[in-house]
Write a protein that binds this ligand. Structure first.
Ligand code: IMP
Ligand code: MG
Length: 179
């Protein structure tokens, strides 16, 4: 385990097993369709790539980069679109793939934006869900794991752009983000 982690919250095996289950559920819902999966950069990339490889339905891929957090562990309270999707979402079945829902700010805003642009449907898939932190009304259609209010890293998730490449989800030691 990385020295900056206090403990491993989710192992590679746990991630693998649960993501396979969620992929099966997505296959069911979109059978006969060609949804557009939008990965939210950068945190979702590892989850995104594992999830799409377990889908048997055809799926189109696109990416969006938004930020509600600056470089730290506290929300800045404003959604900024840093990179937009290339595809037109009008009439499309959109699947938004996110790493974690915390306050819900990012996805509440994103879902509203995609609906405004005329998406036929918008489903939210998240790897992690910090239910206890919710401030905005957003419920994921697919959630892999509910977690407590702890700052986690790895499997795409970062703290100051570090730890994204860890193959597991670990709880970051408080001393790392408390200075
Ligand atoms: P929300 O808009 O408050 O729901 O925040 C969602 C975003 O906050 C995620 O996409 C992450 O980038 C970031 N975030 C929230 N909690 C964590 C965490 O525990 N570790 C790493 N990033 C987090
Ligand atoms: Mg993120």
């Amino acid at each position: 385990m990385h020295q900056d982690c206090e403990r491993i919250l989710l192992t590679e095996e746990q991630l693998d097993g649960r993501i396979t289950e969620v992929a099966r559920a997505i296959d069911e819902r979109y059978r006969g369709k060609f949804p557009l999966a939008i990965g939210i950069l950068k945190g979702s990339i590892v989850f995104f790539s594992d999830l799409i490889r377990r889908l048997s339905i055809p799926v189109e891929l696109d990416f969006m980069a938004v930020s509600s957090y600056g470089n730290g562990a506290v929300s800045s309270g404003k959604l900024r679109i840093k990179k937009d999707i290339d595809r037109d979402v009008a009439g499309r079945d959109v699947i938004v793939v996110e790493d974690i829902i915390d306050s819900g700010f990012t996805l509440a805003n994103l879902k509203a934006l995609l609906s405004e642009r005329g998406a036929g449907s918008v489903a939210i898939v998240t790897l992690l869900n910090k239910k206890g932190r919710r401030e905005y009304d957003i419920v994921p259609d697919y959630n892999c794991f509910d977690i407590e209010n702890e700052f986690v890293v790895g499997y795409g998730l970062d703290y100051n752009e570090r730890y994204r490449n860890l193959p597991y989800i670990g709880v970051l030691k408080r001393e790392i983000y408390n200075g």
